[in-house]
Design a protein around this ligand. Sequence first.
Ligand SMILES: [Zn+2]
Ligand SMILES: [Zn+2]
Length: 136
Amino acid sequence: MEKLNGGCYCGAVRYQIASRPAWSGHCHCRSCQMALGGAFVTWAKVAAKDFAVTKGEIKTFQKTLGITRGFCGDCGTTLTYTAETEVEGQDWSADAWFTASTLDDPSIAEPKTHVFVSHQQPWIKLADDLPTFPEF
Ligand SMILES: [Zn+2]
Ligand SMILES: [Zn+2]
């Protein structure tokens, strides 16, 4: 499998995925809005075993117990999201979630959905015809 790379804005942290993203979608949840400083964020995921940091170190932050957001300690770019426990019947720890836009080639992680549109800002107008979900 071809190796695919990504990293933070300043280049201090680099990562590699060993498979193409199995899922990609826009998350409009309030937590992502606050953590990313944007109206929404585009997440992608691969199997946890297929994600590896190849340069630097991802710093982590927890506001909600069990939910860890990873970022570059130098430039602040959000890189990863991990949930240690089972959430709504899904074992999130089996996957590595990362910000699709930090891939060197984000086009390989074309989003297929919008989630948490119940938190969507009213000034964001969706016109891409992707399916939307009030939560996940
Ligand atoms: Zn950085
Ligand atoms: Zn979110």
